[in-house]
Each structure stands twice: as C-alpha cells, then as structure tokens.
Design a protein around this ligand. Structure first.
Ligand code: FE
Length: 199
C-alpha cells in the first residue's frame, strides 16, 4: 500500500487502486475498514513533524545524535515513533562536504513513522530515474543548488532499508531551543532535496 491515496494522486492510479481494493475485498482477502483506519492514521496523525522532532533532538543532544546515526530505528523509537515501513530506518548525516538525497528507484519506499506518506513527486518515475543519473541537476531544478565540491550520495530505499536524512543545522540557530528548531526541519530537508529552513 505504499502508493495509495493522497490528494495529489493521479486519477488513473486512484481508480486502479480502487478497483484492486474492491477485488481483494470481494474475495475476502482484505477488510476495507482496517485499510481505511491505516490510511487515516498516516494522513492525519503521522507526518513529517515526527521526523522534525527527531532531527531537532539530534541537533541539540550529541548523545542522541550518536545513537541516531548508529541505530536509527531504535533512536527514533525512543521518541515514540515506530511501526509499518519503519522497521529498518538508517539515518545519514548531511555535512558541508557530503549531501545525501533519498529515492526509491523501484517504487516508493519511504520511512512512514517519521515522514508520513510520500509526496507525489517522490513516486514520479521521472524523479526516481533522474535523481540517480544526474542528482545535481535534479536538485537544482527542485531549488537546491549545491557547490561543485559537495559530494552527492544518492540513497536508494528498499523494503530492507528506509533512509532518513539528518540535515545540517542552519547557521545562526545556536541560540534556539529544541522546540524552536522543530519548525525549521522540513520534509524535503529530511529527504535531502532541500536544506533545513533558516529562522
Ligand atoms: Fe519502494
């Protein structure tokens, strides 16, 4: 169900999904009520705010940051976030010289417990194919221009590993508290197609 639902879904995908759901329901293979409950949960209560809390904690607590980079799934669970599509989250750190960007070239694997459901561009075949071949160009087209000496590492998500980017803490935020940092951490920064916002 990684590609279902969302207001930005194309009509043909939505229709095909509906047809598939109806067929599976008729054959007694799924319970539509249970599916609705899962989708509602990820649409309303699980989203990038969870990931933003993880990142803000890592920016302000060096011990937590170390644990997060060592075992993402466990450190994220410390803050109460776990579940489907988040069983094996690996966190990679962006630095002034290394920039990580996340894709799922095969489909749309994404760390649901910390980011919610993926945006439509993440599922777009054009993004999935191009970001691997020409990441610098794709990032620039999305508004993130990186210097030529910054090394770009493209992280391909799979059913085994879901990547989460720990963005750089923006300059000039040294005086901000953990709670004040949370709103600066955008979904796009945690996918690696943007930097964290500046206050
Ligand atoms: Fe996938």
């Amino acid at each position: 169900m990684t590609t279902t639902g969302g207001p930005d879904e194309s009509p043909s995908v939505a229709l095909r999904t509906e047809a598939l759901e109806q067929l599976l329901t008729e054959r007694g293979l799924i319970d539509p009520k249970a599916m609705d409950a899962i989708i509602t949960r990820y649409e309303t209560s699980v989203g990038p705010l969870n990931g933003a809390k993880v990142v803000a904690r890592a920016w302000t607590d060096p011990d937590y940051r170390r644990r997060l980079l060592e075992d993402g799934t466990a450190a994220i669970k410390e803050l109460g976030f776990s579940g489907q599509q988040g069983e094996h989250i690996v966190v990679v750190e962006n630095t002034p010289t290394v920039h990580n960007v996340v894709v799922c070239t095969l489909c749309s694997c994404y760390p649901w417990p910390v980011l919610g459901l993926p945006p439509s561009w993440y599922k777009d075949p054009a993004y999935r194919a191009r970001v691997v071949r020409e990441p610098r160009t794709v990032l620039a087209a999305m508004g993130l221009t990186l210097d030529d000496d910054v090394q770009i590492t493209v992280r391909d998500s799979t059913s085994e590993v879901r990547w989460l980017v720990l963005p750089e803490r923006p300059p000039g935020t040294e005086h901000l508290t953990e709670d004040e940092l949370v709103p600066l951490v955008t979904r796009d920064a945690m996918v690696g197609v943007a930097k964290a916002a500046t206050p």
